[in-house]
Design a protein around this ligand. Structure first.
Ligand SMILES: [Zn+2]
Ligand SMILES: [Zn+2]
Length: 140
């Protein structure tokens, strides 16, 4: 036979002693029987349903936290790739403005004519196929 039960107040963390009968009754009727610490902080034992709900809430919170981290990571990666693509486009535009052929990297005073005679086929290929695109992940 246990001689009562020591427990800790959820509000002030003080140690409190519960008589065996009260301890057992409070446990048996968790969520219904309120007991008090020496400073008058009322509290109840948590019932099975409460514990289960708390567990579910915690699991849901963890899941959302993970989901959020995954989205942040995905966004960061997409943003990084976009920044790279923009940088690449800027670089190529600057070169074209300077008369440098984007395909063979040589300078031509008449770039239009050079493109027409040497790289006629380069426009027919899908420009999107060479672009870096963020990958869309399937959500589980
Ligand atoms: Zn207390
Ligand atoms: Zn060229």
């Amino acid at each position: 036979m246990v001689d009562g039960q020591w427990t800790t107040c959820i509000r002030c963390q003080c140690r409190m002693w519960m008589p065996p009968a009260l301890y057992e009754a409070a446990l048996a009727q968790a969520g219904k029987i309120t007991f008090y610490c020496a400073y008058g902080h009322g509290q109840v034992f948590r019932s099975k349903e409460q514990l289960r709900e708390e567990d579910e809430t915690r699991r849901e919170r963890d899941r959302l936290k993970q989901e959020n981290a995954r989205l942040v990571e995905q966004w960061t990666e997409a943003h990084r790739k976009l920044a790279l693509a923009v940088k690449d486009k800027t670089r190529i535009t600057k070169r074209i403005h300077a008369g440098i052929c984007p395909d063979c990297n040589r300078t031509f005073s008449d770039l239009a004519r050079h493109m027409h005679s040497k790289h006629k086929g380069s426009l027919s290929s899908d420009p999107l196929s060479t672009m870096i695109r963020p990958t869309l992940e399937k959500s589980q």
